[in-house]
Design a protein around this ligand. Structure first.
Ligand SMILES: [Zn+2]
Length: 107
């Protein structure tokens, strides 16, 4: 019985919660975004590092409010200025364009 062998995997697939509204991302996910975007803001192309946020900020490209997920494809590194300017809007609404990811990290 596969269901008996993989109870955790099955409950993970059937448990809702992907579209939660809280803003806290796992550190692992933040680390992957920083690594993929190489410390560079995906909106202005400058270093995302600021004096008070050493590694920049991780932005939801499509805001959670609009159904955006915590998937890597929906996350981008942003500097503080761009993150504030974009706010809770999509890049289109904010009149901002997203630079392509420098590399794709699997897993
Ligand atoms: Zn920026």
């Amino acid at each position: 019985m596969i269901a008996e062998l993989l109870p955790d995997a099955i409950s993970a697939l059937t448990t809702p919660g992907k579209s939660r509204m809280s803003g806290a991302l796992p550190d692992r996910l933040r680390g992957l975004v920083r690594k993929r975007d190489r410390g560079t803001c995906r909106y202005c192309g400058r270093s995302a590092r600021t004096s008070f946020r050493e590694y920049g900020e991780v932005d939801h490209i499509t805001p959670c409010l609009y159904g955006g997920t915590d998937d890597l494809e929906n996350l981008a590194l942003a500097c503080h200025v761009c993150n504030i300017r974009k706010g809770g809007r999509t890049p289109e609404e904010a009149g901002m364009s997203l630079l392509p990811a420098s590399e794709v990290i699997h897993g």
